[in-house]
Design a protein around this ligand. Structure first.
Ligand SMILES: C[S@@+](CC[C@H](N)C(=O)[O-])C[C@H]1O[C@@H](n2cnc3c(N)ncnc32)[C@H](O)[C@@H]1O
Length: 406
């Protein structure tokens, strides 16, 4: 049986533009309560462009969004879940009836049966369109990657294999060995990394977060923190919510961190996180980081700008980004990143470090923003820059640049 919540959550995502996290919170409250439904929603979104293409080839007239959502659920069930074909189709038909959409049953049944017979071999002939459906990206994004990186590198980045598993790390005070023991006691299947553990959605670990023993933090995010040098003094984290990097850096270096964010509800997230992790050296400020605070000029030995970005490098955890981001959004984000880095540069002391990071692998949000600063501000030199390893990052790749001020 398919939980009808899957359909309702997907309707919110496709028709109202909700994020997966919002929609699942609304229709599947409680973490880990229904992992199959959760996985089904993600599977549909992660295969959206291929499913759209195949539906267009399998039907004569464009079906309504509601019918397409049901078909996409069926296609994901057939392709991702290990169940007999007849049972998958049957489950989709039962769900369609439970939704009160009996009128769609014949159509859904016919299209899914065609899909089983001939649909799985359908791919676009045009190479760029073909890459777009395989990468689950809109065409404009694929074209942009090709223009910025060339076809070979674009293909490599767009087709990185993404893991379904979340990454958690131990609180420094709790330690990795203790966390491993807790995971084993819970019978969790895990894959150890140098920073923590990949675990799957069925691992019941949330009380470890409630007890301040562990937290979700992507491998790539930790890798960015590990790239940042610290030589003492006050840290400023300008775009800090929910606080992952602030807490990590404060714990690691026993450093005082001033953590800012533009939104009050997100500042609260930093406070909650810091409290949970007993990170007493974090103070929070509500701030639009585009505004220059004159008293802060040249005051911080380390300024971190983990900038708002497209999220294109974090699709393993934010797969819905490809549905909702427009090219205009990306242009606006780049403009904002350039504004923010120019202001952030002002706060760095002579001899101090500016760390610029994004969870995007698009050069126009990464290298180009840093080059813009370097060309306008001769006091900075580039000490290091990197994209985190997508293989170790479960398909995610973040960017980080370390700039030193003369
Ligand atoms: C990539 S997230 C930061 C993630 C965080 N560093 C962490 O590791 O948990 C970017 C953050 O920037 C904030 N933000 C966006 N525009 C901002 C602005 N103009 N000033 C300050 N914060 C902003 C967003 O609210 C968001 O919380």
């Amino acid at each position: 049986m398919i939980n009808t919540a899957v359909y309702y959550a997907l309707s919110d995502i496709y028709l109202k533009g909700s994020w997966i996290s919002e929609a699942t919170k609304r229709y599947l409250p409680g973490s880990g309560v229904d992992p199959k439904s959760f996985r089904l929603i993600h599977s549909v979104v992660e295969r959206d462009f291929l499913a759209e293409y195949r539906i267009s080839r399998l039907t004569d007239r464009a079906p309504k969004t509601s019918a397409k959502i049901i078909l996409k659920i069926g296609m994901a069930l057939l392709d991702v879940f290990d169940m007999p074909e007849y049972a998958a189709v049957n489950d989709v038909i039962e769900m369609t009836k439970s939704l009160g959409k009996q009128g769609l049953c014949g159509f859904v049944n016919a299209v899914l049966r065609r899909y089983i017979k001939e649909g799985r071999a359908l791919y676009p002939e045009d190479p760029v369109e073909n890459l777009a459906v395989r990468a689950n990206r809109p065409l404009w994004q694929v074209k942009r990657y090709i223009v910025e990186l060339g076809i070979e590198e674009a293909e490599k980045r767009l087709l990185t294999v993404k893991t379904e598993h979340g990454h958690i790390r131990p609180a420094r005070s709790f330690g990795k060995d203790s966390l491993r023991k807790e995971l084993e006691e819970r019978g969790c299947v895990y894959e150890e990394t140098e920073h923590g553990f990949y675990i799957n959605g069925t691992c019941m670990w949330p009380e470890l977060y409630m007890e301040g023993k562990a937290t979700v933090m992507s491998w790539s995010s930790i890798e960015v923190c590990e790239t940042i040098p610290y030589e003492g003094g006050l840290i400023l984290d300008l775009c800090a919510a929910p606080g992952g990097k602030s807490v990590y850096l404060s714990e690691k270096f026993d450093a005082k961190v001033v953590s800012c964010d533009q939104y009050i509800h997100r500042v609260k997230l930093i406070n909650d996180y810091a409290q949970k992790f007993n990170a007493k050296k974090i103070s929070t400020i509500l701030l639009d980081a585009r505004e220059l605070i004159p008293e802060w000029k040249e005051k911080f030995s380390l300024v971190l700008l983990d900038a708002p970005c497209s999220g294109f490098g974090s699709l393993a955890t934010n797969g819905d980004v490809v549905l909702h981001r427009t090219e205009k959004d990306v242009e606006e984000i780049i403009k904002l990143q350039k504004q923010l880095i120019s202001v952030a540069a002002e706060y760095v002391k002579a001899g101090g470090v500016l760390a610029y990071a994004t969870c995007s692998d698009l050069p126009s949000e990464d290298e180009n923003v840093v080059r813009m600063l370097l060309s306008h501000n001769s006091r900075f030199t580039l000490e290091k820059e990197k994209h985190t390893d997508p293989v170790k990052g479960g398909g995610e790749s973040y960017y980080c640049a370390i700039l030193r001020k003369k």
